[in-house]
Design a binder for this molecule. Structure first.
Ligand code: NAG
Ligand code: NAG
Length: 376
């Protein structure tokens, strides 16, 4: 008993020794010198007390560590010079932009035929062509067919467990949209146009050129007569458009019906001001954004190790700086009237998802974080 009391006194006399951080080594030294001074050495009890204090400190440090870790996983993430926004910031930005831009809602839901339902994972994915849709379809298809080498093609809508929202009874549509997680993948609209052009409208892709342009010959001819001042009768079986002409036709004839799902605005595809998407992914940062999807889907190892899946993911890890530079270079010859028209056509795609375009600085993606910095 006497030992205990002296011990206690011994520690209380040296509050400096109890300062956090110096505890582990210094306190032991203090303990030894003080207790040697009082002439008591009640080893067992004191050790217990020291252990308790050390344990409390260890738990404290662990909690601080866990907090820091969770903060990290929620906080910004970098790819090159791009900071990847957390999901809640992207969602909030869309919501605010919808009211800021005074977006009127379409009377008939345009998204019905674009939303793919994965019943197994309870996921409603709004599919936009040229915005990573093949990658997403491949992932979902591989999971549902349990085939690691599955690559999405025309068979995708027929996979058991997949349906298109438009093909479901209206009562089920509503249930699904309320209960399932909703996902959209977006991309800089100007980059998307370039991708459409490079993958489908080059003279070597004759079949695609016919498929995409044959139904729009009237608008193409109008563009040539109105804007270029020359009468042509465009023949998609023999000709194609240059990138400058393609952008020109879109900017002057989009509202006159020059539309195809490949360049129809993401806004019109998915109506993000009506549907509140839970997951907002970007093609530019897909490899990083994928962690959002994978924490929901929990893909098994056999999928994450699979080659086609990795192959498609890798492209989004290409240096974003380089990609943006390429974009500016490809738009260099587009005249200012066409650029202005393009900005009007894709105003909502730019504004709702935080994308910017500057004739000198090129494409970017900027969502203010409130402290003078931006994320994408
Ligand atoms: C939003 O649009 C409506 C209808 O088009 C209009 O009456 C209203 O003034 C607009 N509000 C703003 C803030 O622009
Ligand atoms: C897996 O998918 C690939 C590509 O879609 C296909 O060729 C192959 O036949 C599939 N394998 C099985 C076992 O279904």
């Amino acid at each position: 008993m006497q030992d205990k009391v002296s011990n206690f006194k011994c520690l209380l006399k040296s509050p400096a020794c109890l300062r956090l951080g110096t505890m582990s080594s210094a306190s032991l030294t203090c303990y030894r010198c003080l207790c040697a001074f009082t002439g008591v050495l009640p080893k067992r009890k004191m050790t217990k007390l020291t252990y308790s204090i050390l344990a409390i400190i260890a738990v404290g440090l662990l909690l601080i560590g866990m907090y820091r870790l969770s903060e990290f996983s929620r906080g910004p993430l970098k790819i090159g010079f791009l900071t990847v926004c957390p999901q809640d910031i992207r969602r909030r930005y869309i919501k605010e932009a919808c009211s800021r831009m005074n977006v009127t809602r379409p009377s008939k839901p345009p998204y019905l035929k674009h939303i793919v339902i994965d019943h197994w994972h309870k996921l409603a994915y709004c599919l936009i062509p040229k915005v990573g849709s093949r990658t997403i379809r491949t992932i979902l298809g591989a999971l549902l067919t349990r085939n690691a080498s599955y690559v999405s093609g025309m068979d995708f809508p027929r996979i058991p467990g997949i349906s298109i929202l438009a093909n479901m009874p209206p009562s089920l549509q509503q249930q699904v949209m309320e209960k399932y997680k909703k996902m959209i993948v977006v991309r800089h609209p100007y980059d998307r146009l370039l991708s459409v052009f490079d993958s489908k409208l080059l003279p070597t892709h004759r079949e695609m050129v016919v498929e995409l342009l044959a139904k729009n010959v009237r608008q193409i001819n109008k563009y040539f007569s109105d804007v270029k001042g020359k009468e042509t009768s465009f023949d998609p079986n023999e000709q194609t458009l240059s990138f400058e002409e393609f952008v020109g036709v879109i900017s002057s004839q989009y509202n006159a019906g020059f539309r195809d799902r490949h360049w129809k605005t993401m806004f019109e595809h998915c109506d993000p001001c009506t549907i509140e998407y839970d997951f907002v992914l970007r093609l530019e940062t897909l490899a990083k954004d994928y962690r959002v999807l994978s924490s929901y889907l929990h893909p098994p190892k056999w999928l994450t190790n699979s080659a086609p899946y990795l192959e498609q993911m890798k492209t989004s890890l290409l240096n974003p700086e380089e990609k943006m530079f390429n974009l500016l270079w490809r738009y260099e010859n587009i005249d200012s009237v066409s650029l202005e028209g393009l900005k009007n056509v894709y105003e909502k795609d730019l504004g709702l998802f935080g994308y910017t375009w500057d004739v000198e600085k090129g494409a970017n993606c900027r969502i203010p974080l409130g402290d003078g910095t931006y994320c994408c």
